[in-house]
Design a protein around this ligand. Sequence first.
Ligand SMILES: NC(=O)c1ccc[n+]([C@@H]2O[C@H](COP(=O)([O-])OP(=O)(O)OC[C@H]3O[C@@H](n4cnc5c(N)ncnc54)[C@H](O)[C@@H]3O)[C@@H](O)[C@H]2O)c1
Length: 282
Amino acid sequence: MDRLAEKVAFVTGGAGGIGLGMAQAFRRAGMKVVLADLDASALRQAAASLEAQPGSAVLTLELDVSDRQAMARVADRLDAELGGVHLLCNNAGVNAPGGLAELGYDDWDWVLGVNLDGVVNGLVTFLPRMLAHGEPGHIVNTASVGGLIGMPGLGIYCASKFAVVGLSESLRHDLAETPLGVSVLCPGIVRSGIGDSARNRPQRFGGPVRAESAAAAFGSDPTELGEQVREAVEADRFWICTHPEFRHYVEARGNALLGAFQGDSDADLEAAMAPIVGRVLR
Ligand SMILES: NC(=O)c1ccc[n+]([C@@H]2O[C@H](COP(=O)([O-])OP(=O)(O)OC[C@H]3O[C@@H](n4cnc5c(N)ncnc54)[C@H](O)[C@@H]3O)[C@@H](O)[C@H]2O)c1
């Protein structure tokens, strides 16, 4: 999708962090931007910050991405008001950190409901509509380096992100003969609210909990990440791997996997993973 101006971008989890960074970049490229998020007050602030810069009005929609009916209502509204979506960013995500022995069904249901079902619902709802209007378009699914390497203390998160990587790879093949491109975004640590994601944890999964966020302090700049995503969409690149400091771990995992086909031990992988940063997203 090399011409973004005047096209419609729909970004879930768009009220802050990476979603807002992407929205900034898309808007600078002349796109009409729609932000969807669970957090109504953060949405208002996000729209005000975007509209302080020149560009078209920003549409904000309160949406829980795990709610299929609500997703369909949003899609109907975007069809009616904007003629549909060209750039679908399934980005909303949350994390429940902790060892798998400590976590329970509420944690699994909440995180998979947002990180995996949210992506599935975005696809099932919007993909047929994007194919039906037939114009060039693109889908960006936000995964993580946690979708490329299993990390300690991030088991549910990694399960959800491995799933997003896998379905995105399949989707890329499935859509090869269509005007729709696919990318999967696999960032490392980005300055955002992810470490405090239980601030929006619904009551049915135990309710909100506040936490100190390490990622909020020392991660990379989400607006720069947004520009990297825009470039990847324009160039139709599948993998968007923005944090080279994680390459070593992915390489060690890949080598261990290849070695396993000839009976090698996992010792090198274990050594490489020893200092890994699994707990920094807390
Ligand atoms: N920040 C990082 O270091 C990092 C690294 C890799 C991947 N990611 C991924 O990036 C994506 C964006 O996260 P972020 O880091 O910007 O965090 P963030 O907390 O700043 O933004 C996530 C947004 O999603 C919204 N959200 C939560 N549950 C929702 C739901 N059910 N429906 C709709 N919106 C919901 C939140 O209100 C928030 O605005 C996530 O998928 C996350 O897993 C983040």
